[in-house]
Write a protein that binds this ligand. Structure first.
Ligand code: HEC
Length: 125
């Protein structure tokens, strides 16, 4: 999968730089999840500056219907435009980020749907 490899190549230097040694001992699961989120997810999932576009959809407790198993799935295996994290983080670390995502309040404005994701039907209820 050359495209995914390219994305990984892009994100690797960033991730290496941050020396991600998530040790669960010095905090709660939520703290661990927040730290991993800030290190590995924020770069795509939050808006860096007012004027710059956000690459990925905003995450919140409503993401994927708040279903932990689906959130965990996406984090582990990635999507066409997102690298999977299963080789980088242990299952309990992924679980911690998934749990953290579920604590993020729903943004006031509706997030722009990610382009090119055909199964992200906005009307599906
Ligand atoms: C390289 C940029 C990038 C990084 C880094 C990234 N994501 Fe994503 N993520 C995306 C994109 C883009 C999508 C939208 C799906 C698509 O277009 O492939 C997405 C989708 C998701 C979704 C599903 C959202 C939905 O509404 O369907 C979740 C959950 C998610 N990401 C969580 C995370 C978490 C947690 C991390 C950190 C461990 C992370 N992502 C890191 C780019 C990224």
């Amino acid at each position: 999968m050359p495209r995914r490899a390219a994305v990984l190549a892009l994100t690797w230097p960033l991730l290496l730089d941050l020396s991600v040694t998530a040790n669960a001992e010095d905090g709660t699961q939520q703290k661990l999840g927040m730290r991993i989120f800030n290190q590995s997810c924020r770069v795509c999932h939050t808006k860096p500056q007012i004027i710059s576009p956000q690459y990925a959809p905003a995450l919140s407790m409503n993401t994927l219907g708040g279903k932990t198993d689906l959130i965990t799935e996406v984090i582990s295996n990635g999507t066409p435009r997102m690298p999977g994290f299963k080789y980088q983080y242990k299952p309990d670390e992924i679980a911690a980020v998934a749990a953290y995502v579920k604590t993020i309040p729903v943004p006031a404005t509706t997030a722009t749907p990610a382009p090119g994701k055909s199964n992200a039907s906005r009307d599906a209820d």
